[in-house]
Design a binder for this molecule. Structure first.
Ligand SMILES: Cc1cc2nc3c(=O)[nH]c(=O)nc-3n(C[C@H](O)[C@H](O)[C@H](O)COP(=O)(O)O)c2cc1C
Length: 205
């Protein structure tokens, strides 16, 4: 059994059409620890020791957030700056996160074709998540291709939200049960729409 930690960040969960429902899904999965960072730290007064202990006691760390200015909402940056300390997460004696897995579960306003070489951003979504990937690398963590809901503003009208929530549920349950092919998912561009390719049917890993 893998211990999965979901760190959720949304500054206005009351207005969230996509991420808040997805967080509700995460909370319902047995074996997942689901944390709402803005709710826990309304004054950004992050408990560094508590967060580090929580990281140590989990195998898979998920950042779940809307894609904001090609990054994450502010509390996630604050969390990284304070929690991923030298001597804990990196540096000569900082090995606490070695061998763990990192995943971004995100939603974007822009549609999938905006995140391509010929599209508006001239780049795919995984490349734009480079600061997260490089941070994971530095901390000795395996970075997985992101699980993305593109075009989030129309997800409800297009009836895509329930499908995506079910896929997130499948993803989390497979991870908890050690039935998610982490090696393969680390090589992919994106996990969305191809999730079944990564879920192991036979023996758990
Ligand atoms: C401050 C802010 C910055 C945003 N930056 C981006 C962005 O860089 N790229 C993008 O595709 N969408 C961007 N969006 C759109 C959000 O990603 C989109 O509204 C969100 O994923 C919807 O999720 P929610 O319903 O949970 O709020 C931004 C939205 C806001 C409010």
């Amino acid at each position: 059994m893998a211990r999965v930690l979901v760190l959720f960040a949304h500054p206005r969960p009351d207005r969230s059409e996509v991420n808040f429902p997805l967080f509700e899904t995460a909370k319902s999965v047995e074996g997942v620890t689901a944390v709402d960072l803005y709710a826990e730290y309304p004054d950004f007064d992050i408990d560094i020791d508590g967060e580090q202990a929580r990281l140590v006691s989990h195998d898979i760390i998920i950042f779940q957030h809307p894609f904001y200015w090609y990054s994450a909402p502010a509390i996630m940056k604050e969390w990284q700056d304070l929690v991923l300390e030298h001597g804990f997460a990196y540096g000569l004696h900082g090995h606490a996160l070695n061998g763990k897995t990192f995943l971004n579960v995100i939603s974007t306003g822009a549609k999938p074709n905006a995140y391509s070489k010929d599209g508006m951003n001239h780049s795919d979504i995984r490349s734009l998540l480079a600061p997260f990937e490089k941070t994971a690398d530095l901390c000795g963590m395996r970075f997985l291709a992101p699980f993305v809901m593109f075009g989030a503003g129309r997800a409800l009208e297009d009836n895509r939200l329930d499908v995506h929530r079910n896929a997130y549920d499948d993803l989390l349950k497979a991870m908890v049960a050690d039935r998610f092919d982490l090696k393969k998912a680390a090589q992919a561009a994106v996990l969305t729409d191809v999730l079944d390719d990564f879920i192991l049917k036979g023996e758990a890993v």
